[in-house]
Design a protein around this ligand. Structure first.
Ligand code: BG6
Ligand code: MG
Length: 222
């Protein structure tokens, strides 16, 4: 069996891997935190990376959670999302992180199927604005599973849609919760960025620009 003919698939996280929406999530949470007078900053925001909306609010409120009713918390999530939705309206193909478009194109050339599996319920509009839907064989977003990362459900659904066994899928992630989800799904994982965050991945690289088809193949077959 040659490498090229080996069955494998690649599942990308979206926020912080293909596009820097992590900054937009941060700005939207910061605006809410300032309004409701809860201490928050970029450093605290790191803990929210890859975490779904409701659990992000829980982390943001921390010990202040008791000050607010459940109805207020629902409204805070909606308020943060309204700001975020406005921010992503500015996204265009030029916001693809360096190397992301080239890697997706190289995967298509090599006939290796690629998916996006994101905790974000806004993943589809972001992908459309980036103009990469045609390079993806499957998309799974946060509205399609009951449990978010670090549960493996998003990645397992993406693997099923690709028709590739989980053991032959490589996940590309920038968040600790995502690396854990890949492991729990029986998948290999390439972590992007700080080893303090993604050190549990099978490989760690500085950015998506450092990932080649060859690295993905090596990872899938190791
Ligand atoms: C993840 C982001 O991809 O999606 C998190 O890393 C975000 O920061 C989560 O909270 C949920 O996103 P959304 O758009 O559904 O609020
Ligand atoms: Mg991410």
């Amino acid at each position: 069996m040659t490498l090229a003919s080996s069955v494998m698939g690649v599942i990308f996280d979206l926020d912080g891997v293909l596009v820097d929406t992590a900054e937009f999530h941060y700005l939207a949470w910061q605006q809410l935190a300032d309004r409701i007078r809860v201490p928050f900053d970029r450093q605290r925001n790191e803990a929210l990376r890859g975490v779904d909306r409701v659990n992000s609010l829980r982390l943001l409120l921390g010990a202040h959670a008791d000050r607010f009713t459940d109805a207020e918390k629902d409204a805070f999530c909606a308020e943060k999302n309204a700001v975020y939705v406005k921010l992503i309206e500015t996204i265009s193909p030029k916001d693809l992180l360096p190397g992301a478009g080239a890697l997706l194109a190289a995967l298509r050339e090599t006939a290796i199927p690629a998916a996006v599996a994101s905790s974000s319920k806004n993943a589809r509009p972001v992908l459309e604005r980036l103009g990469i839907m045609n390079l993806l064989q499957a998309v799974v977003d946060g509205s399609e599973v009951a449990v978010a990362k670090p549960a493996p459900d998003l990645f397992l659904l993406a693997a099923a849609r690709l028709g590739v066994p989980p053991a032959r899928c490589v996940v590309v992630e920038d968040a600790e919760a995502g690396v854990e989800a890949a492991g729990r799904g029986g998948m290999r994982c390439i972590g992007i960025g700080d080893a303090a965050r993604v050190g549990a991945a099978d490989r760690v690289v500085p950015s998506v620009a450092d990932i080649t088809v060859r690295l993905l193949q090596d990872c899938a077959l190791s």
